[in-house]
Design a protein around this ligand. Structure first.
Ligand code: SAH
Length: 217
């Protein structure tokens, strides 16, 4: 890893204690990842001192890096293990992918905006996240060649659950996805077993739009 000075390490510890642990996140793997990933390197230079704040931040192209708590909550609800292969739709800053990469075997992440795709791929290389595989395409179609996935995380708000993603989820697999209109969504957790799919709501949230063939047009 790069130089990560004491100031950011301290801010990160404070973030985990006040925003993550205090709100009930207790999976040791998730907490360890949140303590480790240098979130300040995933935002622009101008926003670096706000990186550990309790809010989302702009990352360019009218997109955002999610609030730390949302990242922790979504990661915990995926119930991921060290040999899992996980698909993420919406690479953005790369922060959520990096959190997952600290926990699982391999992360496959898809981004539809080329400038973000290029910039974030470079960051993954710089930080030596060799277990993150990136792709520039419409993630609402999934990543068929690499399916099935043990877990799928969608980090943009969908009008409905894209059917290709359900098809590419392994039996026993979990998915988390915000579903709703463009202003507010329900964070849906989906579980797939031999009988079919089961969904529960984790509560309200607000994400940027999931654009694409099986998303917003
Ligand atoms: N996980 C990101 C969140 C970024 S915001 C992070 O940790 O920073 C959501 C991202 O989803 C944006 O970068 C947006 O361009 C992307 N996106 C929206 N629709 C998409 C689609 N159909 N396929 C892939 N990426 C998509």
């Amino acid at each position: 890893m790069e130089k990560d000075d004491a100031k950011y390490t301290r801010q990160r510890e404070e973030m985990v204690r006040r925003q993550i642990e205090a709100r009930g996140i207790n999976d040791p793997k998730v907490l360890a990842a949140m303590r480790k990933v240098p979130r300040h390197l995933f935002v622009s230079e101008a926003l670096i001192d706000q990186a550990y704040g309790d809010f989302p931040l702009p990352i360019g192209e009218q997109q955002t890096i999610s609030q730390p708590y949302i990242v922790a909550e979504m990661t915990q609800s995926l119930q991921v293990n060290e040999d899992d292969r996980v698909l993420e739709i919406g690479t953005g800053s790369g922060y959520q992918a990096a959190i997952l990469a600290e926990i699982v075997f391999r992360v496959y992440t898809v981004e539809r905006i080329n400038s973000l795709f290029i910039k974030t791929r470079k960051l993954f290389d710089r930080l030596r996240y060799h277990n993150i595989v990136t792709k520039y395409s419409d993630g609402t179609c999934g990543w068929k060649d690499e399916s099935p996935f043990d877990a799928i995380i969608v980090t943009a708000g969908a009008p409905e659950i894209p059917t290709p993603l359900v098809a590419q989820l392994a039996v026993g697999g979990r998915m988390v996805i915000p579903v709703g209109n463009q202003y507010t969504q329900d964070l849906i957790k989906l579980y797939k077993d031999e009988q079919g799919i089961h969904t529960t709501s984790l509560g309200g949230c607000r994400f940027v739009k999931l654009m694409g063939e099986h998303g917003w047009k």
